[in-house]
Design a protein around this ligand. Structure first.
Ligand code: URA
Length: 247
């Protein structure tokens, strides 16, 4: 990470202040004063400011239940950013892992650990996401209380989405009611759920993400909580050795 970023992550200084103290020669890396704020450093380096060793704050991992008409963005746009709901220090250090559309509700993960979020949503790990989908048209098959079998099979086989070369990975569709289903997918393509239902001639009129990996959206709409260590460690990785490899 850049030296100025490291200084921000381990002090209360903002980026501008960090650049100033670095160019004034007040920060040393392994005993040498470094005046270039862009120099790459590692946590294992001994980085000192005013004679004190700097240690970065621990990473933060947050689960938020996103309300409708909010943006998965660090800044406001057509709708307010979800960051308005987080009363945490240094929100600018955080980023969103796996965005939802403005009209989608449910589980959003927010962190300042770039490696973790990259791995969690890395298609290689096939992390499952469960969506509750409300639909314009009925999905009921011949028998009441079950989905049209052909539709289940098409989602399982994979769908060809317009403009894409690869079929979607096998997805699981479970009946909730005539116009509501639970869909489990293990990818995160652009507007994937809406496009999958559009590909079979239906339309999503309500979308809520209930689960990502083993993490349930268990807080009220607009509320958030920190993930537990167990959730962070086990999350999205199919084996502990994969988790070890990233360390
Ligand atoms: N799929 C969509 O179409 N929209 C979302 O917000 C998430 C998944």
């Amino acid at each position: 990470m850049r030296l100025d970023k490291f200084v921000c992550k381990s002090t209360t200084l903002n980026r501008q202040q960090a650049v100033l103290v670095i160019s004034a020669g007040e920060v040393t890396v392994n005993g040498n004063a470094i005046v270039d704020a862009a120099v790459q450093v590692h946590e294992s380096n001994c980085i000192e400011f005013q004679g004190e060793r700097l240690l970065p704050r621990p990473f933060r991992y947050i689960l938020l239940n996103k309300p409708k008409s909010t943006l998965c963005s660090n800044v406001d746009g057509d709708y307010p950013s979800i960051f308005n709901l987080l009363n945490v220090p240094n929100p600018d250090e955080l980023h969103i892992a796996g965005r939802l559309d403005a009209d989608t509700t449910g589980l959003v993960l927010i962190t300042d650990d770039g490696r973790w979020s990259f791995n969690v949503f890395n298609p290689k790990y096939h992390c499952q996401k469960v969506y509750r989908v409300r639909l314009r048209d009925s999905i009921e098959g011949e028998h009441k209380g079950e989905i049209d079998g052909q539709l289940v099979a098409r989602f399982k086989q994979g769908l060809q989405l317009p403009g894409e070369t690869k079929l979607t990975l096998p997805a699981k569709l479970v009946y909730v009611s005539e116009r509501e289903a639970l869909l489990t997918i293990s990818e995160g393509r652009y507007h994937q759920v809406k496009r999958m239902f559009a590909a079979v001639g239906n339309r999503v009129v309500g979308l809520h993400r209930e689960r990502v990996g083993s993490i349930e959206c268990d807080v009220a709409c607009g509320e958030w909580r920190y993930l537990s260590d167990i959730e962070v460690e086990g999350f999205g990785f199919s084996s502990l050795s994969e988790l070890d490899n990233r360390r």
